[in-house]
Design a protein around this ligand. Structure first.
Ligand SMILES: [Zn+2]
Length: 260
């Protein structure tokens, strides 16, 4: 079997980047070979992935990608659009909703850490020089406290003792629950409508009683959060693209690079 790029270093099942030229355009795909009979394509926020049978000729894989180039480009464009919509541009004076409570962000020259400008948490002060890391820490702190309160609330209704609560930043999970380590919740839930965040808390609390997704489990969820179907659908729609803090410099074409 011949695979371009890594030569003898290539191991079965290990994905590798492969560039396919389509009408003069370079399309990068992540190629993974495995025990399968057909070629398959998937486009998500991580990129375009092709799963191929171990012995598939590279020409047939490239042909397959070219055949579906329009479809790939449509999906790539849709994801880029969703990413733009999920971007929260941080600038002095913007309003930021945390669990549905609005605060005004102020960028303050000379500050080194985030802090609240008042008792009502209506003004969030951030260092002007480098606001994003401080902002993430502030949102995480706030999220931890909010989650602990809501976990306690739902646990009391269910008659369960409150487990330890930790934050997560998993790529594709809003929350998880384990008997050993307790409940983990994604800190970015703070940036979604508050009802969605509360649904995730109710969902994970219900797992303390039922570690599965049986009808008994969903009955418990419905008792804690009656409108769970709508919340679940809304969260699924958003799972591909989590909210992302950016600064004006980022949106100017330097993704992930912070302004100074
Ligand atoms: Zn679950």
């Amino acid at each position: 079997m011949k695979v371009r790029g890594r030569g003898s270093e290539f191991r079965h099942g290990e994905p590798e980047h492969h560039v396919v030229s389509v009408d003069g355009l370079a399309l990068t795909v992540l190629l993974r070979r495995g025990a399968r009979r057909t070629l398959s394509l998937r486009v998500d926020e991580r990129g375009t992935r092709v799963d191929a049978p171990r012995g598939a000729a590279i020409d047939s894989i490239e042909g397959f990608v070219r055949e579906h180039a329009d479809w790939i480009q449509r999906h790539v464009a849709r994801i880029a659009q969703a990413r733009t919509e999920a971007a929260i541009e941080i600038a002095d004076g913007i309003r930021l909703d945390l669990f549905g409570e609005s605060c005004v962000v102020r960028l303050v020259a000379g500050r080194r850490t985030a802090g609240w400008g008042d008792d009502e948490m209506a003004i969030l002060l951030l260092p002007a020089a480098s606001p994003l890391p401080a902002l993430e820490r502030a949102v995480r702190n706030h999220a931890r406290q909010w989650f602990e309160r809501r976990v306690r609330f739902h646990c009391e209704r269910l008659g369960e003792p409150s487990p330890p609560v930790a934050l997560s930043s998993a790529r594709r999970r809003w929350g998880s629950c384990s008997r050993r380590s307790g409940i983990r919740l994604h800190w970015k839930l703070a940036l979604l409508p508050v009802a969605l965040a509360d649904y995730v808390v109710a969902h994970e609390v219900a797992h303390l009683r039922e570690m599965n997704h049986s009808s008994r489990f969903w009955a418990l969820v419905a008792g804690l959060y009656p409108d769970w179907r709508a919340a679940r659908a809304a969260l699924r729609a958003r799972a591909g693209c989590l909210p992302e803090f950016v600064t004006a410099a980022d949106t100017g074409g330097m993704p992930g690079v912070e302004s100074r």
